[in-house]
Design a binder for this molecule. Sequence first.
Ligand SMILES: *Cc1c(COP(=O)(O)O)cnc(C)c1O
Ligand code: SF4
Length: 446
Amino acid sequence: MSKQNIVAISRTKNWPDFGQPRFKVFTARQLDQIPQLQKLSAERRFEMEVVARVLPFRVNEYVINELIDWGNVPDDPIFQLTIPQRDMLAPEHFNRVASAIIRGADRKTLDAVIREVRAELNPHPAGQMEDNIPTLNGERVEGLQHKYRETVLFFPSSGQVCHSYCTFCFRWAQFVGDKELKIAAKETHQLQAYLRAHPEVTDVLVTGGDPLVMKTRNLRAYLEPLLGEAFSHVKTIRIGTKSLTFWPQRFVTDDDADDLLALFEEIQGAGKHLALMAHYNHWQELEPAIAREAIRRVRATGAQIRSQGPLLAHINDDANIWARLWRTQVGLGIIPYYMFVERDTGARNYFEVPLIKAWQIYRDAIQKVSGIGRTARGPSMSAHPGKVEIQGVTEIQGEKAIVLRMIQGRNSDWVQRPFFARYDANATWLDHLQPAFGEEKFFFEQ
Ligand SMILES: *Cc1c(COP(=O)(O)O)cnc(C)c1O
Ligand code: SF4
């Protein structure tokens, strides 16, 4: 075995020396403290301020200094991913907030305007609030979502932020400080009680925000109890995270990084499959040495890393970007999992890509990678009935149609059902589509 290989399987963090960087974050109030932004025009900075009043804004120094290519601003994908842009709000929304600021509206008035605009941005798409929160003994269990039989989502209350925020985030409403809108767990025992009552659940997906903003000891408090006999039906623990991008130091140099990896080993030692569901949008996120070291260290624990992320205008609406992303991931031992369609919420008008174009990009990208990279399914819409994949375009007896497949369903019997919609080059979401071949309704609407 070469020296290189020995390093690759050990957990040492002596090479290269990353020092011990401190986490420093900027929020909307500190926009003007970001040195790189000071070089932009006053008009641009005002636009950012307006947008950051409505949509969540938070970016850390690592993202600013290591991930954004400031020579390529405003087109740089990571700049678009994290820094507010004027067109992320509809002109009418933008003007409403901008004019309130310009005319010096008092705090209360401004807050009211902001709340109004937010409410018009479909803060809870796909029935997240009404239909996915389960009940136990007749009471709603806040902090859980149970939509697909096998998999429960758990939102620990201390994991409801991220190391930075994505401008397109579909969970943006959780971050804007509106208590009513917040979905968060109070107690780990709710999760346990629910799982005890649901032996059909095989997967727990801990999500947020980003649960890995938590200290390891908090995460341990949530996860360790699930390793006991009472939860032997839970075979897989997944952690949804963007820390591998936004703060890879979490796995390498943070005080409790080693403890986190030890927890990963412990979970697997108890016989569970552990998967990090890593959110990636662009290969640029995988370039820094520390991002790769983080992946290597996680993989060395035996945990799998599966990658998923939405297809977005201004960030990654290009087959070459996806092909390079998937190829790089495979090279680093990551398993491509889902390509999502940008959801119908928040800044969707800025980021959305027509479904047909999304499918073309997916297909072109898949053609450029080997079978090992073709594990990415998509483009997939997380819609109210389930996850719907665009399989392609076809023509049957002179009628052009979009072929769709339900890859996850609110009703398990729907899973893997193919169905057809009338061809529509502009549709960007399931509710824009009409059934093909003279059908009145899609099968899940009957
Ligand atoms: C995507 C998703 C899951 C996980 O689905 P898999 O296909 O098993 O990865 C679980 N719950 C919800 C609400 C989801 O959107
Ligand atoms: S990492 Fe995920 S939850 Fe956090 S802001 Fe980005 S999309 Fe939203």
